[in-house]
Design a protein around this ligand. Structure first.
Ligand SMILES: CC(C)(COP(=O)(O)OP(=O)(O)OC[C@H]1O[C@@H](n2cnc3c(N)ncnc32)[C@H](O)[C@@H]1OP(=O)(O)O)[C@@H](O)C(=O)NCCC(=O)NCCS
Length: 288
């Protein structure tokens, strides 16, 4: 089997998104999702394409890696290659080799929630557990309960509110109207929605973006946040419920999210919106 590795051209992003979407399965791991690439699209398609590494066999993608940072890659392996030892060996070789152009730095981290053979080989090669993440899933077969929060789908006219909530929810956010526009014009956003929640005084208090991977597949919430001046009033739970309902409208079979286990507020908020926490998962770290 000849395994090739490429960095895709921006024109190939549609195909990458569709491969990644087809690998999302209910009951499978909460893993790299088209929505993760979609949320990164705010930096433009060149940045997303440049951060991708695709492993192919005979022109077909078998593993996709997304460099969240130069020393951190989020991997997704096609379900049909879950037990593929030869692929696992090729992947680990590339992940460990500083000259491969995949990971940069002395301490490197790999998120590998799918690919049993890859996970097992990383363990055997001495990669150690990094910080734990908590995946959470909510089934969407039944309708989602409605709350008092007024929630709007953010089109261009509500972008100032969408951006303001993002910046007030995440300390280091660099989100802007321009970045929203770039993101909303991307192929990924065709299957996404930004939601903004307004309290009874019409303050924009909460926001979320949801990403479908197609009908009958798990969808993703990324990101979700409440304005720091408006926390503790149930808005986190309410916007999360609205996000789950939005994903249901888009045809998703379940709503998924993963958050650092240390983010207790986020884990509590998702649980309070009917998400079931799955056992914590750790990334793999290697000092080389
Ligand atoms: C996490 C966050 C969304 C919570 O928003 P909020 O409006 O205060 O949440 P709610 O008032 O709806 O509270 C929901 C539940 O979480 C609990 N909770 C909220 N913040 C908490 C905290 N810091 N520690 C522990 N529990 C917390 C509440 O007690 C409540 O629990 P209950 O339903 O069992 O009573 C908000 O703090 C935030 O925006 N944080 C920064 C962004 C972020 O981390 N987003 C999530 C990851 S993408």
């Amino acid at each position: 089997m000849h395994i090739e590795r490429t960095t895709p051209d921006p024109a190939a992003l549609d195909a990458v998104l569709s491969d990644l979407a087809s690998w999302q399965q209910d009951g499978g791991p909460v893993q790299l999702h088209p929505g993760d690439l979609g949320w990164h699209m705010r930096f433009g398609p060149d940045a997303v394409a440049g951060a991708l590494r695709i492993w192919t066999v005979g022109g077909t993608a078998v593993a996709i890696g997304f460099l969240d940072e130069k020393s951190l890659i989020r991997m997704c392996v096609t379900p049909s290659a879950n037990q593929d030892e030869e692929l696992a060996e090729a992947l680990v070789r590339d992940l460990e080799d500083p000259d491969s152009g995949v990971l940069t730095g002395d301490r490197v981290v790999v998120e590998a929630r799918s690919g049993a053979a890859l996970r097992s080989l990383l363990h055997r090669r001495g990669w150690v557990d990094d910080d734990p993440w908590t995946p959470l899933v909510r089934d969407l077969r039944d309708p989602v309960e409605v709350t008092d929060l007024r929630v709007e789908i953010a089109g261009p006219e509500l972008i100032a509110d969408r951006v303001a909530v993002q910046r007030a929810a995440f300390d280091n956010s660099t989100f802007s109207a321009d970045r929203w526009t770039v993101m909303s014009q991307s192929a990924a956003y065709r299957h996404a929605r930004c939601l903004v929640g307004y309290d009874s005084q019409d303050n924009a208090v909460a926001a979320a973006t949801v990403w479908s991977a197609g009908a009958g597949r798990p969808g993703l919430l990324e990101p979700m946040g409440v304005h720091r001046d408006h926390r503790g009033h149930g808005h986190g739970t309410a916007i999360t419920l609205a996000a789950a309902a939005g994903l249901r409208d888009l045809g998703a079979s379940s709503a998924t999210v993963a958050t650092p286990s240390s983010n207790e507020g986020a884990v509590a908020t998702y649980a309070s919106a009917g998400f079931r926490p799955l056992p914590a998962v750790t990334d793999f770290a290697l000092t080389r």
